[in-house]
Ligand binder design. Structure first.
Ligand SMILES: *Cc1c(COP(=O)(O)O)cnc(C)c1O
Length: 363
């Protein structure tokens, strides 16, 4: 067996401990005589797995009472539609921050379903900065305020929660690529959502954490499967949930608790990303990160080579050195190293070593 260091943005690397546990339990989960994949979602074994996963997540994020945790399907893309369908609540429009490719997709989908006001945009900097809160044009009557906490494609992250100017406006965050990377005060939010395949578990599961008073007000005509109330009232088991992905997410939550929880992950994630940014910044211009220092992501480190013609060579030699998934998103090119929770520090060290060697032989 030969495992590489996998820097893919998603689906992404998972903790080796978790994969080994899943392997050990694959054919017979806990004496049940069957695989988790083969169990009824309504049977007692899966009920135990599901409840434990929710409880571990609640402890990790210190989710206060008054919030539902929903285990859904459809990815973050389905949330782009479910949020306006459920949260507009008869209001004319919602406020959105435009900080990159994912917020633009959320904005485009919301526009199909209601009014959208773009409060501020960092398009002018090619999304290498974040808009200054002093310039945001927030609507006091907005149904909610939506932002993307980490822009996975360009590697731009909010290091502070951008609280809306009007305290009553529910705050909604797409945390697909940085949920569980650090502690966050959930009580500031109306709704948090995340596709699982970056920092939670395998693809096929979508997590939604939503304040209970925002549930049950979906617009008339909302399909049953797009109404949060459907899942809030059925422990996310209105129809067959993605049981195996839910189970694996639960193993990841337990692994995170064993690592010391989110405060410990934050220390590790900051250290991992800062050493990689330092290697880029100290390369004498051989490598360059386009993102402003104050909003560089801990999760997705983007960089280019001064000589763009060397990029395919870099990628090919990196792959040969067991460093996989470093090609940047097709929209922006360059390189991207995704350093989610499951990326060990040794993987980052190996990448830095490779980059320095590559710089020496091609500089
Ligand atoms: C990957 C990603 C998405 C899209 O997720 P899907 O689960 O594929 O729909 C949305 N937002 C962010 C920030 C992402 O990183």
């Amino acid at each position: 067996m030969q495992r590489v260091h996998n820097f893919s943005a998603g689906p992404a690397t998972l903790p080796l401990d978790v994969l080994q546990q899943a392997r050990d339990e694959l054919l017979d989960w806990n004496g049940s005589g069957m695989s988790v994949m083969e169990m009824s979602h309504r049977g007692r074994h899966f009920m135990t797995i599901a409840a434990q996963a929710e409880q571990d997540l609640r402890e990790l994020l210190a989710i206060p009472a008054g919030y539902k945790v929903l285990f859904l399907q459809g990815g973050a893309h389905t949330q782009f539609a479910m949020i306006p369908l459920n949260l507009l609540r008869g209001r004319a429009s919602a406020d959105y921050l435009d900080t990159g490719d994912w917020s633009l997709k959320a904005i485009a989908e919301a526009r199909r379903l209601g009014g959208v006001q773009v409060v501020a945009s960092s398009a002018a900097s090619h999304y290498t900065t974040l808009p200054d809160p002093a310039d945001w044009q927030c609507d006091p009557a907005a149904a909610y305020f939506h932002y993307t906490s980490n822009e996975t494609i360009r590697g731009v992250e909010f290091h502070q929660i951008p609280l809306p100017a009007h305290a009553d406006t529910p705050l909604v965050a797409d945390m697909s690529s940085n949920i569980l990377a650090r502690p966050v005060d959930v009580s500031h939010f109306g709704l948090i959502y995340a596709g699982a395949q970056k920092n939670i578990g395998p693809a096929g599961l979508t997590l939604v954490i939503v304040r209970e008073d925002l549930i049950g007000q979906a617009r008339a005509g909302t399909p049953t499967m797009l109404d949060y109330a459907t899942f809030a009232g059925s422990d996310s088991m209105y129809n067959t949930p993605p049981t195996y992905a839910w189970y694996l997410a639960g193993l990841v939550f337990q692994w995170l608790r064993r690592q010391g929880g989110l405060a410990a992950m934050a220390v590790r994630n900051q250290r991992k990303s800062e050493k990689l940014y330092a290697a880029i910044d100290d390369s004498g211009g051989f490598y360059r990160c386009p993102v402003a220092v104050s909003c560089r992501s801990w999760m997705n480190v983007t960089f280019t080579l001064a000589d763009a013609a060397l990029e395919p060579v870099f990628l090919q030699q990196a792959e040969a050195a067991g460093l996989s998934g470093l090609k940047g998103h097709r929209l922006v090119g360059g390189m991207r190293a995704s350093l989610y929770n499951a990326m060990p520090e040794a993987g980052v060290d190996a990448l830095i070593g490779f980059m320095s060697e590559f710089g020496r032989s091609h500089g």
